[in-house]
Design a protein around this ligand. Structure first.
Ligand code: ADP
Ligand code: MG
Length: 546
């Protein structure tokens, strides 16, 4: 403690560079503090600080100090800490002087670099703008910031009996969500939506629930009841494996239902409305993405006999069409272990989904085998289920194991009625599908400068960018930052090998060891390993092939 204040008094009013002397760790009675990264000037991104509280300092109940509860515990603590920081009096100065900011979760609970449970100690990593007047160190303001931080630790971070109830609620919910996930998996269901869930969001820009929405209500024939360990029995719509088609008039809630399923790969916070919307962890939304690059992907099950004899067993392009992009997205999803594919006709290439009878007759030179023909093959050969919103393509009704009709935002099971009209055809075509994993063989370029501009855009070496908007299951700026760091790591180390192994092992490593392998950066959040593979698929200048 004395050491820190001694340094501050020595560097007070010196040029900003003297702040580099702060680097290191300091022990206070209530916590220890480390300056991990010192900004070079007041206008640079703020410095990075870690505070660590041992068990006897933070006083959180022992039963919650478990690695498997790190995410919900961390979320609770980050929320408190962030609230405390936001109430600190403003410190004025040049540039980022006085900024104290910690990254927290949105509606989805993610593993984040801003919180780490290290044994029974808790660590918080956050931004700390070292204060200056002009470019001169303002030691007085720094002391004020540290005093403020001490207050926040005392009043918001250290456990209080008053937190017990809400913390318990949060942990209980998380345990129930995880229980439900494994229950569904064991019982061959791919998704569940609890009765009473609120699926629509406040707007296209907000993940918050829509007010006064119609609560979800399951059709009786597809309803199951699950006895959750903490909150007891819960009932809702359970979707079994196979092919599920969602139909309904425009504006009746089809896309909203599918979007909820897309995000059901995450656990949502209390009050979100999607607390018990749970989807198979590997489910991937597959959409058209014209303009994307494709790097040696076998899209031949869907696309063959392209003009000029272009090979589709190992297909590459810098500018994919709607249908080729969607075909690649399907094949890459399967390569990345997806057991469920989610489609919405709103964002699909029509010619990828279907070709109608008259066109079949008229256009003989058609390279595309529509998904309709492969959908049941995927299930039979690879155990990959599909959930499709196809309100206007009646051909899909015939191949569906179940048909759900959305009416006024309420689902109805119309399978029997539909099949009495269309019949049911579970036949497969004679193409046999297989899962093939490509290998990264060479990094032709080093991507040493990758930056996530926001949640949706990665800049590569300044002149190239990758649009993440079509990876619709990403949900956090921290995930984009993570993907940027991940690619930098791979390309700097020139890591080669089987794509699936590389991403999965890296993901596992972060999961068990935390983010330190990526350096000090508080704004990182762990995506799925699927999205980590998908980002590699969108990078130019890697040699990746079967
Ligand atoms: P579709 O895909 O069937 O055309 P959408 O899912 O896009 O319909 O929904 C249309 C509109 O209805 C959206 O603005 C959505 O927010 C709203 N909506 C969806 N579900 C509900 C609900 N349960 N309660 C109230 N509004 C809803
Ligand atoms: Mg729609």
């Amino acid at each position: 403690m004395n050491k820190l204040f001694k340094i501050i008094s020595e560097i007070d009013r010196l040029g900003y560079k003297a702040y580099s002397r702060l680097k290191g760790s300091y022990t206070f009675p209530q916590f220890s503090l480390s300056f991990l990264k010192i900004q070079g000037d007041p206008f640079a991104p703020p410095s990075i600080v870690r505070i660590t509280l041992k068990e006897e300092q933070h006083k959180y109940p022992k039963q919650y100090l478990k690695k498997e509860l790190e995410v919900p515990l961390g979320d609770f603590i980050l929320e408190r800490f962030s609230k405390g920081l936001s109430q600190l009096p403003k410190i004025h100065g040049s540039g980022n002087s006085g900024v104290i900011f910690v990254n927290t979760n949105g509606q989805q609970l993610l593993k984040r670099a801003s919180f780490n449970l290290d044994g029974t100690a808790i660590e918080l990593n956050f931004y700390f703008g070292l204060p200056a007047n002009g470019r001169k160190i303002n030691g007085q303001a720094l002391i004020q910031m540290l005093e403020g931080l001490k207050d926040v630790v005392q009043n918001f971070l250290v456990f209080k009996p008053a937190y017990a109830e809400s913390l318990k609620k949060q942990i209980n919910l998380y345990q129930d969500q995880e229980f439900l996930r494994s229950f569904l998996q064991k019982n061959n269901y791919i998704a569940f939506i609890a009765d009473g869930s609120i699926l629509p969001r406040a707007s296209g820009q907000s993940e918050k629930p829509l007010k006064n929405a119609v609560p979800f209500k399951s059709p009786e024939s597809l309803r199951i009841t699950v006895d959750l360990p903490n909150s007891g029995p819960i009932s809702g719509l359970a979707i079994p494996k196979g092919v599920t088609v969602i139909i309904g008039g425009g504006f009746h809630g089809k896309s909203t239902l599918l979007k909820a399923l897309e995000k059901g790969i995450y656990n949502h916070r209390l009050g979100d409305g999607r607390e018990f919307v749970i989807t198979d962890n590997t489910a991937v939304k597959v959409r058209a993405e014209d303009g994307r690059i494709i790097n040696n992907v076998d899209i031949s099950p869907f696309i063959n006999n392209l003009p000029q004899g272009i090979d589709t067993k190992c297909f590459s392009t810098l500018n994919a069409s709607g249908s080729t992009s969607q075909a690649a997205n399907v094949m890459e999803a399967i390569e990345a272990g997806a057991k469920v594919l989610l489609f919405d006709e709103d964002v699909s290439a029509t010619n990828f989904l279907l070709r109608d009878k008259l066109m079949e007759k008229l256009v003989v030179k058609e390279p595309i085998t529509p998904f309709l023909k492969m959908c049941r093959n995927l299930y039979k050969d690879l155990d990959v289920s599909s959930i499709l919103v196809v309100g206007s393509l009646s051909d899909y009704l015939k191949i569906a194991d179940r048909v759900i009709l959305m009416e006024e935002y309420i689902p109805h099971d119309v399978t029997a009625r539909v099949h009495s009209i269309t019949g049911f055809d579970s036949n497969t075509t004679d193409i046999t599908l297989s899962v093939r994993s490509r290998k990264i063989k060479k990094w032709n370029k080093s991507f040493s400068k990758i930056k996530a501009k926001d949640q949706f855009t990665l800049y590569l070496n300044k002149d190239l960018y990758i649009n993440l908007r079509y990876l619709e299951q990403l949900c956090d700026y921290g995930q984009a930052n993570f993907l940027a760091k991940f690619i930098m790591y791979l390309s700097e180390k020139k890591i080669t090998g089987e794509l699936r192994d590389i991403v999965y092992n890296f993901w596992q490593e972060i999961n068990s060891q935390g983010f330190k392998i990526l350096g000090v950066e508080p704004n990182l959040a762990l995506p799925r390993w699927q999205e980590m593979a998908f980002i590699i698929n969108r990078i130019p200048d890697i040699f990746i092939t079967y």
